[in-house]
Design a protein around this ligand. Sequence first.
Ligand code: AMP
Ligand code: ZN
Ligand code: FE
Ligand code: FE
Length: 284
Amino acid sequence: MTQPVRSIDLHVHTDYSDGTLSPAQVVEYSIAQGLAAIAITDHDSVEAIPPALAAAVGRSVEVIPGIELSADDQGREIHILGLLIEWRSPLLQERLAALRAARRARILEMISRLNRRGIALNADDVLQLSSGDASLGRLHVARALCCRGIVGSIPEAFTRFIGSKGPCYVPHAAFSAQEAIALVRAVDGIPVLAHPGISLCDELISQMVVDGLRGIEIMHSEHSVQAQLRYTDIARAQGLLFSGGSDCHGTGKGAPRIGSVRVPYEYLEAMKRAKETGCRLHAP
Ligand code: AMP
Ligand code: ZN
Ligand code: FE
Ligand code: FE
């Protein structure tokens, strides 16, 4: 008898950043989807990893520690995933705490800009959608604008106000792709370029490879078939590992997407082998 195909999802957010599902709910949802492994990849936070690992003990899904870092190249956003990271690293935790503090200040600035345009949104409207030290992002602002009835949908919030060309947009604190890749490698992770079909930064990929990039997200819930083929070719040409995931934000972007992209388990095995054969660099 043939073995069932084992699928994984290497890009999942929780409510420790801008997802809406708790780590335990993410684990349950993944099991219901029949997934063999999921990577928890919150923006600038590894806080969901311990509860996700705890929820997966003795269960059929393996939890892979990960992160998603936002970098910038001359005004263009580039997201770097770090997979199989040593998430307990004090260096990492210190850097992430600083990035989260900068995120908080950035979100408060976006609220001020909305207020200056006559939009009555309070900081509390946004903060109540996240807890404690969670990593705040534009999706929290978009959800608060929806809750207040100021916009009718999440996409409308981005188009009218906080999208990168919107009047109330504030960029992230300066952090280059090179720095993001170095941080992932300093904690023994595999740096992966996230959703290149959204970031549209193809001409930067070869420099990122020189800087230590090791993988590329060829499969993503917002990649067309053409994008997937294109990035598969680029991965082969550049000697990059294949990655893939749903980029699930819970119900933050419609229905939960976990498992909507059936990524082969072999991608994870190749990453584990790559990690074993040494990608250790010096701390930045
Ligand atoms: P931030 O890290 O605060 O810049 O927020 C990034 C999050 O906003 C990511 O989850 C993006 O997928 C999401 N996002 C960016 N642009 C849009 C858009 N036009 N519509 C919906 N979500 C978006
Ligand atoms: Zn997000
Ligand atoms: Fe992203
Ligand atoms: Fe993401």
